[in-house]
Write a protein that binds this ligand. Structure first.
Ligand code: PLP
Length: 483
């Protein structure tokens, strides 16, 4: 690595990205390319000789960018946003620049200790109970994704329970979630070898806003115990993916704890909102859980990927995941005074992830981050107000945070739910095909719903108003054709 070449080329890429952000609104938000577009464009084989960066960047512009869906566009209202920021980007640059592999304390003490500091800062910012702090036998760690947090905590839970009931009973273990829990939960359970027939999805309903109800959970647990199964793990969600509903943590933990289960609270999206005092009550009861995670890359101005996980009993996690190779033996580990994060995650190697979060927390401070959350919630409220004012539309579930779930009402089509689903699906396709905005759908209780999810860092009121006008114009023209 030649420092002068690094400086020159680094500036070129920064300039390229600054120009990209300046013109991001000119690109279709959702990429409009057809499958195979890049496979057909790029050469079949690798270059034999070195190529200058200018040539490569030209190809990024002409070949790569058309195939990008612009998640950072202010007109991105799909899925949950992946909010980025300059602070986080610069933190990522430092991470890449240092390029250390901090699997244990000795391999880069700052990587471990900064992560510990940042996780304790976040614990305080979220007002998580002290039982999740390093000071009390718990602790926090950065994973890439929630799926990894599920896998590691479920693994810890399984080892803990098998120590009690014997390994020969592994096939009796049952895990619980609701029919609204993110599908990465099922994936994690499968990866861990939980029998797919032992993954219980507690049904939810519109009448209770798709919440996981403690009574339904307890009924299922009792049935399982009677049938000889062993309840092991429950996932409760704060901010479900479809509708952002919030499961009642306190009562759910009470049920699960009575059966000696591990409870994980997944707040992938909505966890960030809980840094605001007015949303913190959604975490009430989290003290009864065994672990808690949220994705800072969803709504805390942190570039992908960054899942923050805390556990109450760090020994349960580390004893289930630790390895003790002679290659890594060192004095610090043997002293027992340090954290070796390799024992808190799936992989051995790990990035110096905490730098970007540290940069975000310091650059924006609690006040700046709360301001960003409140702005997005305000914009979602504004969209909700516009939908509510138009009698052709309806809002399907209450808005908790920054997502509005809406549709054209069946009453303006022909009162047929099936036709309404088809109509709304076409409406969404038609709006997205313009490339001017991007929204996605969900299906809850058999109803096709358009999700309007605010969360992109650059989104302002004018983008929300423009998106609503687009939806209205397309609905009007489609309804005219119907009549
Ligand atoms: N949990 C919830 C509530 C989510 O909304 C998502 C993704 O949107 C996930 C988990 C999965 O997160 P990851 O992609 O980090 O595994």
């Amino acid at each position: 690595l030649d420092p002068e070449e690094f400086r020159k080329n680094g500036h070129m890429v920064i300039d390229f990205l600054a120009d990209y952000y300046q013109s991001i609104q000119n690109f279709p938000v959702r990429s409009q390319v057809k499958p195979g577009f890049l496979l057909e464009t790029l050469p079949d084989s690798f270059p034999l000789h070195p190529e200058p960066l200018e040539t490569i960047m030209n190809d990024v512009q002409t070949d790569i960018i058309p195939g990008i869906t612009h998640w950072q566009s202010p007109n991105f209202f799909a899925y949950f946003a992946s909010s980025g920021s300059t602070a986080s980007f610069l933190g990522e640059m430092l991470t890449n620049g240092f390029n250390v592999v901090g699997f244990n304390w000795e391999s880069s003490p700052a990587a471990t200790e900064l992560e510990m500091v940042v996780m304790e800062w976040l614990l305080k910012l979220l007002q998580l109970p002290p039982c999740f702090s390093f000071a009390n036998g718990g602790g926090g760690v950065l994973h890439g994704t929630t799926c990894e947090a599920f896998i590691c905590t479920m693994h810890a839970a399984r080892e803990k329970i098998l120590d009690q009931i014997g390994r020969q009973n592994a096939s009796k273990l049952v895990v619980y979630c609701s029919d609204q829990t993110h599908f990465s939960f099922q994936k994690s359970a499968k990866i861990l070898g939980i029998n797919p027939n032992n993954i219980r999805e507690v049904p939810t309903s519109k009448s209770s806003n798709f919440q996981l109800l403690p009574q339904s959970l307890e009924d299922m647990i009792k049935e399982d115990i009677e049938a000889g199964f062993v309840p092991m793990y429950l996932c409760a969600t704060v901010g479900t993916t479809s509708t952002t509903t919030v499961d009642p943590l306190g009562p759910l933990c009470e049920v699960a704890n009575a059966y000696n289960m591990w409870v994980h609270v997944d707040a992938a999206y909505a966890g960030s909102a809980c840094i605001c005092p007015e949303f913190r009550h959604f975490l009430n009861g989290v003290e009864g859980a065994s672990s808690f995670s949220f994705n800072a890359h969803k709504w805390l101005l942190t570039n992908l990927a960054c899942c923050c996980l805390w556990v109450k009993d760090r020994l349960a996690l580390t004893s289930s995941l630790s390895t003790n190779s002679v290659l890594l033996r060192n004095k610090a580990t043997e002293s027992g005074e340090v954290v070796d994060y390799k024992d808190w995650q799936i992989t051995l190697s790990r990035r110096f992830q905490s730098l970007k979060l540290w940069m975000v927390l310091r650059t924006h401070g609690a006040t700046g981050l709360r301001e960003m959350i409140r702005k997005h919630v305000k914009l979602a409220k504004e969209f909700q107000r516009l939908v509510a004012m138009d009698a052709r539309f309806e809002i399907l579930v209450p808005r908790y945070f920054s997502v509005v779930c809406f549709r054209v009402s069946p009453s303006v089509i022909n009162d047929d739910e099936g036709d309404a689903n088809e109509f709304n699906k076409k409406l969404l396709q038609s709006v997205n095909a313009t490339g001017r905005v991007y929204m996605t759908q969900t299906i809850v209780g058999g109803i096709f719903v358009i999700r309007f999810a605010v969360g992109a860092t650059l989104t302002e009121e004018k983008h929300v108003l423009k998106a609503w006008k687009l939806v209205c114009d397309h609905a009007t023209s489609m309804l005219c054709k119907l009549n």
